[in-house]
Design a protein around this ligand. Structure first.
Ligand SMILES: O=P(O)(O)OC[C@H]1O[C@H](O[C@H]2O[C@H](CO)[C@@H](O)[C@H](O)[C@H]2O)[C@H](O)[C@@H](O)[C@@H]1O
Length: 293
């Protein structure tokens, strides 16, 4: 069985025992959290519409927020779906891999910014993919306002077919790129990634440079986020990105969900361990602030 993705990262992160996460943090350091949704906060389902974030996880995030820690979601989901999944918490969100930035709280709710997307071209891409999938019952096409995803989780043997369909479509649209994911291929306009999305959020949320951002994510698209936040990872475009967003340097921490190769410095095994890690982080916040929950 294959998820249809190739992976060429050689680095292996270090396992971080989630119940001891607080031991890896410094008492006098301020932190903020950037969280991926699917595969990190929400478990996988066959149909993307069935995914939810467990209520206890949302409660933990709410408690962390009460301690003054800034939290944002960085996701491939559309803004509308991300908001629904996170409800009742109100968070700044970088949705559709950063194409939509907004959400709640530190960012004005009416101020959702979207990159300029050629929706006529998007419709023609959707049409072409739909036609190619006509004779396959097991594909799920997810139409988002600014991108389109072809899911094959229902039938993983369709991995190569999904790739071929998306590749053929992408060839006709040079301003669009293919993003691999878990049992999914997605087409987005060129130039969006979670690294840039996180930097944009850091700026919009007015997070100071001495705050340490922690990013937790599970998928290939999250690698751009790890690269941007961590110290010492060579990335040709990184300094340009930092400059564009007005940052000199960032010293963050990347935590990958899953034990595979990753640019993240640390990993935990699964979503359950993310919950344990978040609770350890909450205890750290409780110890280091006077606010009780
Ligand atoms: O950046 P994320 O928050 O991790 O979002 C990435 C994609 O997640 C969703 O797809 C994934 O979850 C589905 C529901 O469990 C699953 O069926 C699919 O196989 C996964 O790839 C979402 O549907 C996509 O739009 C996101 O881009």
């Amino acid at each position: 069985m294959t998820s249809g993705r190739s992976f060429s990262i050689n680095k292996r992160p270090l396992y971080i025992p989630p119940q001891n996460f607080a031991d890896y943090l410094y008492d006098h350091q301020e932190y903020c959290l950037f969280l991926d949704i699917d595969g990190t906060l929400a478990g996988f389902t066959l149909n993307p519409k069935d995914s939810t974030i467990p209520a206890p996880t949302l409660k933990t995030l709410q408690k962390i927020q009460i301690h003054g820690v800034k939290i944002a979601a960085v996701t491939g989901r559309s803004m509308e779906e991300a908001k629904q999944m996170l409800s009742p918490i109100r968070l700044p969100i970088a949705a559709t891999h950063g194409l939509e930035i907004g959400g709640h709280s530190d960012i004005n709710d009416n101020e959702i910014s979207t990159a300029s997307v050629n929706t006529i071209e998007l419709n023609s891409i959707i049409q072409s993919i739909s036609q190619s999938c006509e004779f396959f019952d097991d594909f799920t096409i997810e139409n988002k306002p600014y991108s389109v995803a072809l899911h094959f989780r229902q039938n993983p043997t369709l991995a190569d077919m999904a790739h071929t369909i998306m590749l053929e479509t992408a060839k006709k649209h040079p301003n669009w790129v293919l993003k691999p994911g878990k049992f999914v291929w997605e087409m987005t306009p060129r130039g969006v990634n979670k690294g840039l999305a996180i930097l944009t959020l850091l700026k919009k949320m007015q997070i100071k440079e001495d705050v340490c951002p922690i990013f937790i994510g599970d998928d290939i698209t999250d690698e751009a986020g790890f690269l941007v936040l961590q110290n010492g990872d060579p990335q040709p475009e990184k300094s340009k990105l930092l400059e564009t967003c007005g940052f000199e340097k960032i010293k963050g921490m990347g935590v990958k969900v899953g034990s595979g190769p990753s640019h993240a410095n640390y990993y935990v095994n699964n979503i359950e361990e993310v919950t344990i890690l978040l609770n350890s982080f909450l205890r750290f916040c409780q110890k280091n602030t006077l606010t009780s929950d």
